[in-house]
Design a protein around this ligand. Structure first.
Ligand code: GLA
Length: 567
């Protein structure tokens, strides 16, 4: 077992320094887990750390998913096969720039839900999930012959709430299900007081100034072992912002200091990977800011798994001999998009209809991700003001099928003027969920239209809604002209190498390769201009590429190129 005695960690009674790297199996295709883990080991690290995102494993209440990219057991076994130890962070909440910080959005279907506290309904859902998850993990604990040496309790709880009973609940759950292992909490140095527990080791999250951080720990819990549970060596990006980078030399100097102090370290991230599909999270301080598809993080490996200068700089500190080959990427060239379908012509195929007297939020519609179309009839002629406050996050508004405006949760003006020319008009609002907030006070982040709409000084009743989760593609392509449009093309691949989809000439949407949702693109918002396609998603021979373009496009093809474009 891993233990802390005084300021020292021991593993099986031998002094032990944890040298770990963060690698999220849910952000990397399983075919590449081994490669990334090998590179982690080659750097001289002895441990891999991962979160476990609840919403990935229980997408609908009671429906569990542990296959493919969700096969956490296989990931742990692969780490063990390479002789690595494993640290697990199976908190119901993980932050991690992941949709709703890993909490399933179906929790928000209940009106009085309170997240990350001892609210009985919340705890019951966590308990049901842990009853499924923890027995799967138990055989992988060190004393059961596995590689797992530690479990985190919650995640940076000090920066969220003050419910100590809720923290204790985790420990009780772990113990109830036989998880006898080393427990720790982790928080930024300013939050350790609120986030720590008695008799549980406190670890720290930071990117620089280790002396100050450990001084704060020493003051609160003298003679604690020094562990940076998240050593931030890069950072994530938002759609409206720049691509973040951190100088390798400067980062490695801080790492050197940590080594000189004899600290244990977990690189956050060793390898970032990708927010495939709709799994990106968002921040919300002044404004709502969704995270981009790439989770490159300027970490030690690139998004596609190549060794970086930063990796080599850390290898110098660790005096590791690295002998790593470059990842082969491929330009498959232009893919002409020969077929198209308007989303409005295929709603039956890709969506699910519900009628209700008022508009319902996505969560009330049992919809996790994607788009919801809201439709009602306006029996009045004139120009009316629509209050857009309840719309999350971004919507296209149509009157009688004509696009009349685009609104966003960040607009200063919270209304839009709409002209209704006829006695009977159809009002349609197509709302996109851009990713639920993963940190801070806006965590309960409902999407869609979250309360009834006020138009021309009245509430409007009787709505038809179509939930479009974005997990089904149309089979009929009848060339409708109205956006959003699905655009389809095929291309040949001889070898299944990594590639990048360049979306020049497109505006905003998603790309699917052989039915797999690669994630969002948003050319006008940057910084990411190309989407990463891992080779294992391709087939030798013919491959299908579908673009769901929401707004407009001028190009008739996309290009598969061998280089990324991230800022
Ligand atoms: C915190 C969280 C992580 C991640 C980082 C920033 O430390 O614990 O999950 O969100 O911030 O990347």
């Amino acid at each position: 077992m891993l233990k802390a005695r005084g300021s020292q960690f021991y593993l099986n009674d031998e002094p032990f320094q944890i040298l770990s790297g963060g690698l999220h199996y849910f952000r990397v295709v399983p075919e590449y887990w081994r490669d990334r883990l090998q590179k982690l080991k080659a750097l001289g690290l002895n441990t891999v750390e991962t979160y476990i995102p609840w919403n990935f494993h229980e997408p609908k209440k009671g429906q569990f998913h542990f296959e493919g990219m969700a096969d956490v057991e296989r990931f742990i076994a692969e780490a063990q096969a390479l002789g690595l130890y494993v640290i697990l962070r199976p908190s119901p909440y993980i932050c991690a720039e992941w949709e709703m910080g890993g909490l399933p959005s179906w929790l928000l279907k209940e009106d009085d839900m309170a997240l990350r506290c001892s609210h009985p309904a919340f705890l019951k859902h966590v308990e049901d999930y842990f009853d499924e998850l923890l027995p799967r993990l138990k055989p992988y604990l060190l004393q059961n012959g596995g590689p797992v040496i530690a479990f985190q309790i919650e995640n940076e709880y000090g920066a969220y709430g003050n419910d100590q009973n809720y923290l204790t609940f985790h420990k009780e759950q772990y113990e109830k299900l036989g998880i006898e292992t080393f427990f720790f909490t982790s928080d930024g140095p300013d939050f350790i007081k609120q986030g720590s527990m008695d008799n549980v080791v406190t670890t720290l999250n930071f990117g620089s100034r280790p002396e100050e951080a450990f001084a704060a720990l020493e003051e609160m819990k003298p003679n604690s072992p020094k562990m940076v549970a998240e050593f931030w060596i890069g950072w994530f990006d938002h759609w409206s912002g720049e691509h973040h980078t951190r100088d390798p030399k400067e980062a490695s100097e801080v790492f050197q200091k940590l080594m000189d102090m004899g600290a244990s370290v977990n690189f956050y991230m060793f390898h970032g990977g990708t927010n495939f599909g709709f799994y990106n999270g968002a921040n919300h301080y002044e404004k709502y800011a969704p995270t981009i598809t790439s989770y490159d993080y300027d970490s030690l490996l690139t998004e596609w798994g190549d060794v970086t200068k930063k990796y080599l700089a850390m290898a110098d500190v660790l005096k590791s001999e690295t002998n790593v080959t470059k990842v082969e990427t491929e330009s498959y060239g232009e893919v002409t998009l020969t077929e198209s379908a308007s989303l409005f012509d295929v709603l039956r195929e890709v969506g699910h209809n519900v009628q209700h007297i008022t508009p319902l939020s996505m969560e009330k519609l049992d919809q996790n991700f994607g788009y919801t179309l809201y439709r009602t009839t306006v029996n009045d002629t004139g120009t009316f003001e629509l209050d857009t406050t309840p719309i999350r996050d971004r919507a296209f508004i149509y009157v009688n099928g004509k696009h009349e405006g685009t609104v966003s949760v960040n607009d200063d003006r919270k209304s839009v003027s709409l002209h209704f020319p006829n006695e009977t008009n159809t009002l349609e609002i197509l709302v996109e969920n851009l990713g639920r907030v993963n940190y801070g006070k806006h965590l309960s982040d409902q999407k869609g239209i979250v309360s009834n709409l006020w138009l021309n000084d009245q509430y409007w009743f009787n709505w038809e809604m179509v939930s479009i989760e974005g997990d089904v593609l149309p089979t009929t392509f009848s060339a409708g002209e109205r956006y959003p449009k699905y655009l389809k093309g095929t291309f040949q691949a001889n070898a299944c190498c990594d590639t990048f989809v360049d979306l020049e000439g497109f505006t905003k949407g998603n790309v699917y390769i052989n039915g797999f949702n690669l994630g969002r693109y948003w050319q006008t918002m940057g910084p990411q201009q190309r989407l990463y396609v891992p080779g294992p998603l391709l087939h030798e021979g013919e491959n299908e590429l579908v673009v769901l373009e929401l707004e407009e496009h001028t190009a008739s093809s996309v290009t598969l190129t061998n280089e990324p474009k991230l800022g």
